[in-house]
Design a protein around this ligand. Structure first.
Ligand code: MN
Length: 201
Protein backbone atom coordinates (compact mmCIF):
# COMPACT_ATOMS: atom_id res chain seq x y z
CA UNK A 1 0.00 0.00 0.00
CA UNK A 2 1.39 3.40 -0.94
CA UNK A 3 1.67 5.95 1.87
CA UNK A 4 -0.76 8.87 1.62
CA UNK A 5 0.36 12.45 1.27
CA UNK A 6 -1.35 14.85 3.67
CA UNK A 7 -2.05 18.57 3.68
CA UNK A 8 0.10 20.36 6.28
CA UNK A 9 -1.51 23.07 8.42
CA UNK A 10 -0.61 26.68 7.73
CA UNK A 11 1.93 27.80 10.36
CA UNK A 12 -0.06 31.04 10.94
CA UNK A 13 -3.60 32.37 10.54
CA UNK A 14 -5.11 32.99 7.12
CA UNK A 15 -4.99 36.76 7.60
CA UNK A 16 -1.45 36.80 9.02
CA UNK A 17 0.21 37.96 5.80
CA UNK A 18 -2.09 40.93 5.18
CA UNK A 19 -1.84 43.48 3.68
CA UNK A 20 0.52 41.72 1.26
CA UNK A 21 -1.51 38.54 0.79
CA UNK A 22 -5.17 38.52 1.78
CA UNK A 23 -7.03 36.10 4.00
CA UNK A 24 -9.24 35.17 1.05
CA UNK A 25 -6.29 34.15 -1.12
CA UNK A 26 -4.68 32.18 1.68
CA UNK A 27 -7.90 30.26 2.40
CA UNK A 28 -8.47 29.33 -1.23
CA UNK A 29 -4.82 28.72 -1.94
CA UNK A 30 -4.15 26.44 1.01
CA UNK A 31 -7.53 24.76 1.52
CA UNK A 32 -8.47 24.27 -2.14
CA UNK A 33 -5.46 24.50 -4.44
CA UNK A 34 -2.84 22.84 -2.24
CA UNK A 35 -5.34 20.18 -1.18
CA UNK A 36 -6.05 19.41 -4.84
CA UNK A 37 -2.36 18.63 -5.41
CA UNK A 38 -2.28 16.36 -2.36
CA UNK A 39 -5.35 14.52 -3.62
CA UNK A 40 -3.94 14.37 -7.15
CA UNK A 41 -0.68 12.82 -5.96
CA UNK A 42 -2.57 10.24 -3.89
CA UNK A 43 -4.84 9.42 -6.82
CA UNK A 44 -1.80 8.81 -9.02
CA UNK A 45 -0.33 6.43 -6.42
CA UNK A 46 -3.60 4.52 -6.28
CA UNK A 47 -3.62 4.19 -10.07
CA UNK A 48 -0.08 2.84 -10.00
CA UNK A 49 -1.09 0.33 -7.35
CA UNK A 50 -4.04 -0.76 -9.51
CA UNK A 51 -1.67 -1.03 -12.49
CA UNK A 52 0.63 -3.36 -10.56
CA UNK A 53 -2.31 -5.57 -9.62
CA UNK A 54 -3.58 -5.71 -13.20
CA UNK A 55 -0.18 -6.26 -14.77
CA UNK A 56 -0.48 -2.88 -16.52
CA UNK A 57 -3.28 -4.09 -18.79
CA UNK A 58 -4.85 -1.01 -20.37
CA UNK A 59 -3.01 1.31 -17.99
CA UNK A 60 -1.64 4.64 -19.25
CA UNK A 61 1.44 4.65 -17.04
CA UNK A 62 2.91 7.58 -18.93
CA UNK A 63 -0.09 9.72 -18.08
CA UNK A 64 -0.07 8.57 -14.46
CA UNK A 65 3.63 9.36 -13.99
CA UNK A 66 2.98 12.78 -15.50
CA UNK A 67 0.13 13.37 -13.03
CA UNK A 68 2.32 12.19 -10.17
CA UNK A 69 5.15 14.54 -11.14
CA UNK A 70 2.83 17.54 -11.47
CA UNK A 71 0.82 16.96 -8.31
CA UNK A 72 3.66 15.84 -6.06
CA UNK A 73 5.83 18.78 -7.14
CA UNK A 74 2.84 21.04 -6.41
CA UNK A 75 2.47 19.51 -2.95
CA UNK A 76 6.20 19.79 -2.20
CA UNK A 77 6.50 23.40 -3.35
CA UNK A 78 3.41 24.60 -1.47
CA UNK A 79 4.63 22.80 1.66
CA UNK A 80 7.81 24.90 1.44
CA UNK A 81 6.02 28.09 0.39
CA UNK A 82 3.88 28.41 3.56
CA UNK A 83 6.72 28.30 6.13
CA UNK A 84 8.91 30.37 3.77
CA UNK A 85 6.60 33.23 4.81
CA UNK A 86 5.63 34.77 8.13
CA UNK A 87 3.92 37.90 9.41
CA UNK A 88 6.41 40.75 9.96
CA UNK A 89 8.96 38.94 7.83
CA UNK A 90 11.20 40.50 5.25
CA UNK A 91 14.46 42.28 5.88
CA UNK A 92 17.66 40.47 5.08
CA UNK A 93 19.02 37.02 5.86
CA UNK A 94 21.91 36.58 8.28
CA UNK A 95 24.59 34.04 9.04
CA UNK A 96 25.72 31.40 6.60
CA UNK A 97 22.86 32.12 4.21
CA UNK A 98 23.87 35.76 3.92
CA UNK A 99 27.51 34.78 3.31
CA UNK A 100 26.54 32.31 0.62
CA UNK A 101 24.25 34.79 -1.13
CA UNK A 102 27.08 37.33 -1.18
CA UNK A 103 29.49 34.76 -2.55
CA UNK A 104 27.21 33.30 -5.22
CA UNK A 105 25.29 36.42 -6.33
CA UNK A 106 27.63 39.26 -5.42
CA UNK A 107 25.30 40.90 -2.90
CA UNK A 108 21.86 40.55 -1.37
CA UNK A 109 20.47 43.21 -3.68
CA UNK A 110 21.85 41.41 -6.73
CA UNK A 111 20.27 38.18 -5.55
CA UNK A 112 16.94 39.87 -4.88
CA UNK A 113 16.92 41.44 -8.32
CA UNK A 114 17.78 38.14 -10.01
CA UNK A 115 15.16 36.18 -8.07
CA UNK A 116 12.48 38.82 -8.70
CA UNK A 117 13.28 38.85 -12.39
CA UNK A 118 13.07 35.08 -12.58
CA UNK A 119 9.71 35.06 -10.76
CA UNK A 120 8.22 37.88 -12.80
CA UNK A 121 9.14 36.32 -16.14
CA UNK A 122 7.93 32.76 -15.62
CA UNK A 123 5.96 31.92 -18.71
CA UNK A 124 2.41 31.14 -17.67
CA UNK A 125 1.95 29.41 -14.32
CA UNK A 126 4.96 28.54 -12.21
CA UNK A 127 7.44 29.46 -9.51
CA UNK A 128 10.55 31.46 -8.81
CA UNK A 129 13.04 29.35 -6.86
CA UNK A 130 16.21 29.76 -4.83
CA UNK A 131 17.83 26.35 -4.67
CA UNK A 132 20.90 24.76 -3.15
CA UNK A 133 22.92 22.92 -5.79
CA UNK A 134 24.82 20.08 -4.08
CA UNK A 135 26.90 19.40 -7.21
CA UNK A 136 28.85 22.62 -6.81
CA UNK A 137 27.86 23.52 -3.25
CA UNK A 138 26.29 26.76 -4.37
CA UNK A 139 23.03 28.69 -4.58
CA UNK A 140 21.15 29.11 -7.86
CA UNK A 141 17.92 30.69 -8.97
CA UNK A 142 15.59 28.67 -11.18
CA UNK A 143 12.17 28.98 -12.69
CA UNK A 144 9.60 26.22 -12.59
CA UNK A 145 6.85 26.15 -15.17
CA UNK A 146 3.70 24.61 -13.73
CA UNK A 147 5.28 22.89 -10.67
CA UNK A 148 7.60 20.38 -12.20
CA UNK A 149 8.97 21.60 -15.53
CA UNK A 150 12.51 23.01 -15.86
CA UNK A 151 13.53 21.28 -12.63
CA UNK A 152 17.04 19.93 -12.08
CA UNK A 153 16.20 16.82 -10.04
CA UNK A 154 18.81 17.13 -7.30
CA UNK A 155 18.52 20.83 -6.45
CA UNK A 156 17.07 21.52 -3.00
CA UNK A 157 14.48 24.33 -2.94
CA UNK A 158 15.18 26.81 -0.15
CA UNK A 159 12.92 29.76 -1.01
CA UNK A 160 9.99 29.44 -3.39
CA UNK A 161 7.55 31.98 -4.77
CA UNK A 162 4.28 30.87 -6.30
CA UNK A 163 3.45 33.02 -9.34
CA UNK A 164 0.41 31.09 -10.51
CA UNK A 165 -2.48 33.52 -10.94
CA UNK A 166 -4.31 31.76 -8.09
CA UNK A 167 -1.57 33.08 -5.78
CA UNK A 168 -2.19 36.78 -6.46
CA UNK A 169 -5.01 37.56 -8.87
CA UNK A 170 -7.66 38.40 -6.24
CA UNK A 171 -5.29 40.94 -4.65
CA UNK A 172 -3.22 42.20 -7.56
CA UNK A 173 -5.23 41.37 -10.69
CA UNK A 174 -2.71 41.05 -13.55
CA UNK A 175 0.08 42.93 -11.72
CA UNK A 176 2.41 40.04 -10.96
CA UNK A 177 5.31 42.47 -10.62
CA UNK A 178 3.71 44.29 -7.68
CA UNK A 179 2.90 40.98 -6.00
CA UNK A 180 6.52 39.85 -6.33
CA UNK A 181 7.84 43.18 -5.01
CA UNK A 182 5.46 43.11 -2.01
CA UNK A 183 6.14 39.48 -1.25
CA UNK A 184 9.64 40.26 0.05
CA UNK A 185 7.92 41.82 3.09
CA UNK A 186 6.75 38.40 4.30
CA UNK A 187 9.82 36.26 3.62
CA UNK A 188 10.83 34.15 6.62
CA UNK A 189 14.62 34.14 6.36
CA UNK A 190 15.03 31.92 9.44
CA UNK A 191 13.14 29.19 7.61
CA UNK A 192 15.26 29.63 4.48
CA UNK A 193 18.46 29.37 6.51
CA UNK A 194 17.19 26.24 8.27
CA UNK A 195 16.64 24.63 4.90
CA UNK A 196 20.14 25.56 3.76
CA UNK A 197 21.68 24.06 6.89
CA UNK A 198 19.73 20.84 6.37
CA UNK A 199 20.60 20.69 2.67
CA UNK A 200 24.33 21.08 3.38
CA UNK A 201 24.43 18.48 6.15
MN1 MN B 1 -0.24 27.72 -5.69
Amino acid sequence: MPKKYTLPDLPYKYEALEPYISREIMMLHHDKHHLAYVNGANAALEKLEAGRKNNWQGVDIKGIERDLSFNLAGHVLHSIFWPNMKPSGGGKPGGRLSDMIDQDFGSFDSFKSQFSNAAKTVEGSGWGLLVYDPVNDQLLTLQAEKHNLLSTQNSVPLLVLDVWEHAYYLDYKNDRGKYVDNWWNVVNWDDVEKRLTKAKS
